[in-house]
Design a protein around this ligand. Structure first.
Ligand code: AMP
Ligand code: ZN
Length: 312
């Protein structure tokens, strides 16, 4: 079965995956690289993966929260995102002017001049990772209980990284579990999900490797941060070849933040010391694309062992 899929992939490689996804109607063009519509079939796979992740974590008693894909600008600033990833951030701007400003706006539209000059930043920014809106909410609740906290999140996220690789979208969904507590609790959580996530992807018959990784910190100072993150083993990614064998794609991430968010937000352990946090992130579109690339663009023809857990 895997053989057939591999051959089919080799035969059609002349056409880039993104174009094949458009032709099959699985993704829908919007005119912007990395911003796509999804077909019903694509969404059924995404939903199947989402449900499967829920089933795998069912007995852990995570508290589910769904935030909208925008978060508070002040929380975003306090989180430090602009220090580390200014190049990826997306801010929501709106027209906040008077009649005269509106007239000026209309003139710009008519003459084809830049109409955005009068747009003002709102109190909302686009969520860069599903867990970012959570930390201030958790901090508000006061000290953690002795066994810490566990959350289940899912959100559309925005990152300004336009690309022709279908796996690098500007708007995509991230499913996450987030653990807060003692270093031992959060490290154990990350290890459990590293094993569960790997087993889930292996059961899909996907070729994969789990590797140390780093976030794309901005600039020269960022290189040092990225290096530290790698050396300290704070981030691991589960990579699957999708666009190319040489540069496999991170489909799942396993992050140990140490006390970064605990300190930033004043989240305290039961004994009053700073809480540690960790999160596991599932890239729902990326997992879907890994499956489509591996098993073919028609999910009805996928092997039963893949369709069944996804209830396809
Ligand atoms: P990160 O916070 O970068 O570790 O992202 C968490 C997960 O989201 C990754 O493991 C990917 O599966 C997914 N992801 C990150 N960036 C993108 C993107 N530009 N397009 C689609 N999925 C993404
Ligand atoms: Zn996270």
């Amino acid at each position: 079965m895997a053989h057939t899929a591999a051959n089919a992939t080799a035969e059609t490689q002349a056409t880039p995956l993104l174009d094949r996804l458009f032709e099959a109607g699985l993704l829908i063009r919007t005119g912007v690289d990395g911003l796509y519509g999804r077909s019903g079939t694509f969404e059924r796979i995404v939903e199947g993966v989402d449900r499967l992740v829920t089933r795998i974590g069912r007995d852990d008693g995570a508290e589910a929260i769904r935030f909208p894909p925008g978060m508070s600008q002040s929380a975003f600033v306090r989180s430090g995102y602009l220090k580390s990833f200014p190049h990826l951030a997306g801010t929501v701007h709106s027209f906040c002017g008077c009649d005269a400003d509106h007239a000026a706006l209309l003139r710009c539209l008519e003459t084809g001049e830049d109409w955005t000059a009068n747009q003002a930043a709102t109190e909302i920014v686009l969520t860069p990772a599903a867990c970012y809106p959570l930390y201030p909410v958790a901090a508000e609740r006061g000290r953690l209980p002795a066994d810490g906290l566990l959350f289940d999140l899912q959100s559309y996220c925005f990152r300004h990284e336009p690309s022709l690789e279908p796996t690098r979208m500007q708007m995509f969904r991230m499913r996450e579990y987030v653990r807060m507590g003692t270093p031992e609790q959060v490290i154990a959580f990350r290890q459990t999900w590293l094993e569960r996530g790997t087993a889930m992807m292996r059961d899909f018959d996907l070729p994969l490797a789990v590797d140390p990784a780093n976030d794309p910190f901005f600039g020269r100072a960022g290189r040092m941060l990225a290096n530290n993150q790698r050396v300290q083993g704070l981030k691991f990614e589960l990579n699957v070849p999708i666009n190319s064998v040489e540069k496999p794609t991170a489909c799942l991430s396993f992050n140990y933040h140490q006390d970064h968010f605990g300190t930033t937000w004043g989240i305290e352990q039961a004994d009053g010391s700073v809480a540690h946090t960790a999160c596991v992130g599932f890239g729902l579109e990326r997992i879907t694309l890994a499956l489509l690339h591996r098993h073919g663009l028609d999910p009805a023809a996928w092997p039963g062992v893949v369709r069944e857990p996804l209830e396809l």
